[in-house]
Design a protein. Structure first.
Lengths: 510, 102, 637
């Protein structure tokens, strides 16, 4: 068994073990889940640092022929794009277990589903075969729905509504994606005579322009709705608000990133002409994401909604980075997915603590919490500061690189220039709502009614320490992250560079 | 001279009677009997084709035997279901059975 | 030693950072240990900074044109290389000296001032981080490094202004400071992006060489001006220039030592320092330079008019800082690095002195802030009073105090470069500065003692920094006197301005003395009734007292326009975007509700439909293509 298989097998084995543990053994169940995700994290860290950057390319590959008649293989591998995503999954998965430490309702089922969810997300990032990729992607949907329904919370919208919305969006997205995948594979079989689901092989096929444009649109519909692009974003705030903490963490932290990852790995890599055609549209909609969602976040009174809309807003930057179609922008997009993952997971876990204990999420009803729960307040501060792109924390360098990439793409194109300026102005509004949130929940006069609130204990500190550590180290030593990402992005962009240059069809005349 | 056509007409008539019964009878037992009629219409067809078109092979007859066996099993299961339903609902009227509708 | 200090100059910001980490992670519970670590670190940095200064200035001409520079890669990708490094030249080593000095003194002062505060260790941790960020900014080799530390400085000011986080006013002031500077950062970031894309580098040394040849990089002078103005928006926010000055007066919500640090040596001068660092850009982009000069000149004047009528001690000082920063920015706008850095240097001393002095007064008055509640404090607090007077003389620009030399330098530069209007604006501002400063001094330290006040002199740890700063406020300006003095080392292309003509010195001194005399007449000797003057000024007084209603205007924009837009879009999101989504869901559901009637649940119906379908299908196929139908019917050939 290869290391990459072990990455997602560890949580599954954990889930299998939990099946055989009596349902009242809460402590044992949680420990098994923690050990399983820790094993996954340890392996992932090893792989991350053992990856030979000088050699580059796909490494730790595994290949088992599965359905040779259709060219479907069990094919695994990681490169500079998927490794940070896998690491992110492992980090957030491990933290999510600890963030759910206080679950009292049916912990056995909860942790089984959570582990399956983690395994599914992990699988998508290491799969190199589109069929396997899609398989893992679908594995993810079911646990989320069940978890929102059983462990979710009802505020503005009911948890049933939120869960259904989340699931339907995921499924509609994946339907478009499936259509795109099938078109891609069938067409490539027609052109080359071979069946293949392997991403790297499909990328070698020269699809004609019209096909690329249509297929990219199908895939982009799937991926961007997963990435909550405007106007397909409305599942995101409602879904996160309804979901239990761990699901919000994993969903906002990594699951969403499958959209961006797919857009780069599949959309850009296999269908560059289509990407170039649609890029102006994506930039336009992404600017809507950034500005529109940030402004809406200002008007929110519910903590989870603020972070939900903020995540929509941040995803706009990722989309802009991808659509800038140059190496700097794409680098920034991948890095920003990582950064936002860590940040939003930390945010949701902190909100989760406050909400689980007080059952209050409405900002006007909170306030002065730094008096009672200084540790959690520190976590809030860290996440908030990362959200507004403070240098020294992990999200600054990605945002800056995206801006550089966009600015570069905007040269000689006034419309894109305006879009870029609008997008960058998002940092002001982001700062406004983040600071308001921090000020109104953490600071201000002491509120007696929260005096009983206990500060985070040791298991609850785990997400804060782990994610906070990554936030700070990633921010102070960005080369740890950026070198790896560039290692994956540079060959990809070099591969499609000539095609992009030559492509003349651009949509929208933007 | 009685030929293939006569048998086929008989089979078709039997099938239509069975079908009519199966679609219109209220009583579940009557429906089961109607289904038996339809199966037997098929059997007639099978045997007739076999006898007139391929007299050297007895594939049709074998098929008919299979059908009879399946039909017997089906009646056994079907009657068991009817009895089970009767115990529950005290009725064998098909009009009372619309639980397929949600 | 000197060699070591220069090679390891990164230790200067690193040590305070280390102290921040140590206090935050380990010694938080032990207040004494925290304070000790913090002060030890900043003092070590101070020593290193002195060694660096000796190394730079002792080497004669070597480092004037060419800086001593080294760096390490921070991150890179094709087309974008960013490093973090150390750039030592006369300007940065001067700044290192000033920042470490003021930071050390403020920390020592805080020992006394913050004594008994529940967040003592936290306070020292923040102070250390603040110093570290500012020092990192000072040694930056490139604009991005500067931006990184620039933002960290902003963070620290946020934390420190909001130090009393249980106070709503402090919380709001901290938020305001962060937000206002953020708006500036937005412009600055655009400028940085522009520079990176056009010139492919952000390194100061490289930019200085290639910016004058901008035409080779395919941009026009207009674009370069645009870049320079965008970049300048950052300093407008950070250094409290009009119209983004609003946060600075509110920043006094933090503990007083913090105000001293923010207003004197860190944070606000970062903006001035940035413009100084990129002055080569403004030398080429002259239109932008004019903008800089007039923004600075206007701010100096504008803030002074507000300071005239304020009644809180720290608020008066705050507006005075805005005004003084305006001077520095104006000096840069007219192209003089020498004059602006000189003003920065001396201002750091007397402004820190006055803020710490004000802290001493507030400490003694137990939270009273209104200058009208004070009076005659010089009797009970002589050390504070007389050091404060030295500060007042220095800021007014009276010979031989530090402010005299630096202010003259700026006036001279403004005049020499042909900005006569700015020159006279600066002179009027100088008179107003003298007036409002001495108004405060007379009201606080002179006049009659008030019976309800029970002032006491502050402890030695608070007085020591006052003495050191008072001494420097006296002698600080003398560095310009030797032949190879200030202007010889710290310059960028400009010639040494020489000495101001006698009429100019006379004008400036007259303005200052006149301001002091008027203040004395109105507030000490009460010869002129200030009430009558205030009444005569009428609406002007109201405008000045309410800070021209700019805060209210911004609040209106923020709460009405921005929040309103947010609420509007939220409405759109719920009812239009989500409305469509839910509408689709509703349509699907209703369609299902209609179609479900076809499902009777009766098996016989289903069977009938099934059979009918087969019949229809067969008939259809029979008429469409009989051959195919024959296969189904079992016949055929």
């Amino acid at each position: 068994m290869g290391l990459l298989t072990a990455l997602f097998l560890a949580p599954i084995i954990g889930a299998l073990i939990i099946v055989f543990i009596p349902k009242d053994e809460h402590k044992t169940i949680k420990s098994v889940a923690a050990v399983a995700t820790f094993a996954s994290l340890a392996i992932c860290l090893y792989v991350y640092f053992a990856y030979d950057q000088a050699a580059g390319g796909l490494q730790f590959t595994e290949f088992i022929s599965w359905l040779p008649d259709f060219g479907i293989n069990y094919s695994m591998g990681v490169d500079g794009i998927s490794l940070p995503m896998a690491l992110l999954t492992a980090l957030i998965g491990f933290s999510a277990i600890y963030a759910s430490w206080n679950i009292e309702k049916r912990p056995k089922e909860f942790f089984i589903l959570l582990l399956i969810l983690i395994a599914g997300v992990m699988g998508t990032f290491v799969a190199q075969d589109l069929f396997i990729f899609f398989l893992f992607y679908e594995v993810v949907v079911i646990p989320i729905y069940i978890m929102v329904l059983i462990w979710g919370s009802t505020k503005r919208v009911s948890k049933e509504y939120a869960g259904m919305k989340l699931t339907i969006y995921l499924l509609i997205g994946s339907a478009f994606l499936l259509a795109g995948l099938i078109a891609l594979v069938v067409k490539s079989q027609g052109l080359t005579g071979n069946w293949s689901f392997e991403i790297s092989q499909l990328a070698q096929v020269k699809f004609d322009d019209k096909f690329q444009i249509v297929t990219f649109a199908l895939m982009a519909l799937g991926f961007t709705s997963l990435l909550s692009m405007w106007p397909f974003h409305s599942w995101s705030p409602d879904g996160y608000a309804g979901a239990p903490t761990a699901v919000s963490m994993i969903h906002a932290g990594v699951l969403k990133k499958i959209g961006g990852y797919g857009l780069i790995r599949i959309g850009l890599f296999i269908l560059p002409v289509g990407a170039k055609f649609w890029a102006p549209w994506i930039i336009g909609l992404a600017v809507m994401n950034v500005a529109y969602a940030a402004l809406i976040a200002l008007a929110q009174k519910d903590l989870k909604y603020v972070v939900g809309y903020s995540s929509v807003s941040h995803m706009g930057y990722v989309l802009i980075g991808v659509a800038s179609l140059n190496i700097i922008g794409v680098n920034g997009a991948v890095a920003n997915m990582f950064a936002h993952g860590v940040m939003s997971a930390l945010f949701f876990s902190m909100i989760g603590y406050v909400y689980d204990k007080t059952h209050v999420r409405s900002i006007p009803d909170l306030g002065g919490l730094a008096h009672q729960i200084p540790r959690i307040a520190t976590g809030f501060m860290l996440a908030g500061m990362a959200s507004l792109g403070l240098p020294g924390l992990v999200s600054f360098v990605p945002e800056f690189t995206i801006f550089i990439g966009t600015w570069k793409a905007a040269q000689g194109n006034p419309a894109v220039m305006v879009a870029a300026v609008l997008a960058i102005s998002g940092i002001i509004i982001t700062a406004l709502y983040t600071l308001r949130l921090l000020a109104n929940t953490l600071f201000g006069p002491r509120r007696e009614e929260y005096d009983w609130l206990p500060d985070a204990n040791v298991p609850e500190m785990v997400p804060l320490v782990v994610l906070g550590f990554v936030l700070i180290v990633g921010g102070m030593f960005p080369f740890l992250l950026m070198d790896m990402i560039n290692n994956g992005v540079e060959p990809l962009m070099t591969h499609i560079g000539p095609v992009l240059e030559a492509a003349s069809k651009i949509g929208g005349n933007l | 001279m009685i030929g293939l056509g006569h048998f086929l007409v008989l089979g078709a008539l039997l099938f239509c009677i069975g079908l009519y019964g199966a679609l219109t009878k209220r009583n579940a037992v009557a429906v089961l009997m109607s289904i038996e009629l339809m199966l037997n219409a098929v059997n007639i067809n099978l045997v007739a084709f076999s006898r007139y078109l391929t007299p050297d092979y007895i594939a049709g007859q074998v098929f008919a035997v299979f059908t009879i066996i399946v039909a017997a099993a089906e009646v056994a299961v079907g009657l068991a279901i009817v009895i089970a339903i009767y115990r529950d609902r005290l009725s064998v009227e098909l009009d009372d059975f619309d639980w397929l509708k949600w | 030693m000197i060699e070591f200090a220069m090679q390891k100059a990164w230790l200067i910001p690193f040590l305070p950072f280390l102290s921040f980490v140590l206090i935050g992670l380990i010694t938080k519970r032990s207040e004494k240990l925290s304070a000790f670590i913090s002060i030890a670190c900043i003092l070590t940095s101070f020593v290193l900074a002195i060694l660096v200064a000796v190394g730079i200035f002792g080497a004669g001409e070597e480092f004037i044109e060419k800086s001593f520079e080294y760096s390490a890669r921070w991150f890179s990708m094709p087309g974008l290389e960013i490093s973090m490094g150390v750039k030592l030249d006369p300007v940065s080593s001067m700044m290192l000296f000033v920042v470490t000095l003021v930071a050390s003194l403020v920390q020592i002062y805080s020992l006394g001032y913050m004594h008994g505060d529940p967040g003592f260790s936290r306070f020292f941790a923040y102070l250390s981080l603040f110093a570290a960020s500012m020092l990192g900014l000072v040694i930056a080799t490139n604009l991005l490094q500067m931006f990184v530390f620039w933002e960290l400085v902003g963070l620290c000011s946020y934390l420190l202004i909001g130090y009393y986080y249980f106070k709503v006013s402090a919380r709001e002031a901290a938020k305001k400071a962060f937000m206002t500077t953020r708006i500036g950062d937005f412009g600055m970031l655009l400028g940085i992006l522009f520079l990176q894309i056009v010139f492919g580098t952000l390194n100061f040394t490289e930019l200085a060489e290639i910016v004058p040849k901008y035409a080779d990089y395919g941009i026009t002078l207009g674009t370069l001006n645009l870049i320079a103005i965008l970049l300048f928006i950052g300093p407008v926010g950070k250094s409290g220039q009009f119209p983004l000055h609003v946060w600075l007066p509110d920043a006094m919500e933090g503990p007083t030592p913090v105000s001293a640090l923010i207003h004197a040596a860190t944070m606000v001068v970062a903006g001035v320092y940035l413009v100084g660092r990129t002055l080569f850009l403004y030398k080429t982009a002259t239109t932008a330079a004019e903008v800089v000069a007039y923004v600075g000149g206007f701010t100096a004047f504008f803030a002074a008019t507000i300071a005239l009528t304020q009644i809180e001690m720290k608020r008066i000082l705050a507006y005075s800082t805005v005004s003084q920063l305006g001077y520095m920015i104006m000096a840069l706008g007219v192209g003089s690095l020498t004059a602006s850095m000189f003003q920065l240097f001396t201002h750091a001393f007397f402004k820190a002195l006055m803020f710490l002095g004000a802290g001493s007064v507030l400490h003694a008055m137990h939270g009273k802030v209104n200058v009208w509640d004070f009076g005659g404090l010089r009797k009970k607090m002589p050390y504070t009073a007389w050091t404060f007077v030295i500060g007042g003389l220095a800021i007014a620009g009276i010979w031989p105090f530090a402010g005299f030399y630096s202010k003259d330098e700026i006036l001279l530069e403004a005049f020499n470069t042909g900005h006569t209007g700015l020159f006279w604006l600066a002179v009027i501002t100088a008179a107003m500065t003298a007036f409002y400063m001495w108004r405060m001094i007379f009201l606080t330290f002179f006049g009659e003692e008030k019976a309800e006040n029970h002032p006491h002199e502050s402890p030695f740890s608070m007085l020591l920094p006052l003495f050191v700063l008072a001494f420097l406020s006296v002698v600080g300006g003398w560095v310009a006197l030797p032949e190879h003095g200030w202007g010889y080392y710290i310059r960028l292309g400009e010639h040494e301005a020489g000495h101001a003509p006698a009429w100019m010195i006379a004008t400036a001194t007259t303005a200052a003395v006149g301001g002091i005399a008027l203040a004395a007449a109105m507030y000490w000797k009460k010869i002129i009734s200030y009430e009558a003057v205030g009444k005569a000024a009428g609406p002007l007084y109201t405008l000045s007292f309410n800070k021209y209603f700019i805060d209210e205007f911004y609040l209106w924009i923020n709460h009405t326009i921005v929040d309103g837009l947010g609420r509007l879009l939220y409405w759109v999101d719920i009812y239009v975007v989500d409305g469509i989504v839910n509408g689709l869901g509703f349509f699907t559901k209703e369609a299902g509700a209609v179609l479900r009637h076809t499902q009777t649940g009766r098996l016989q119906n289903y069977a009938l439909i099934l059979f009918a379908a087969v019949v229809v299908l067969v008939l259809y196929m029979y008429f469409k293509s009989p051959a195919a139908a024959m296969i189904v019917l079992g016949g055929g050939n």
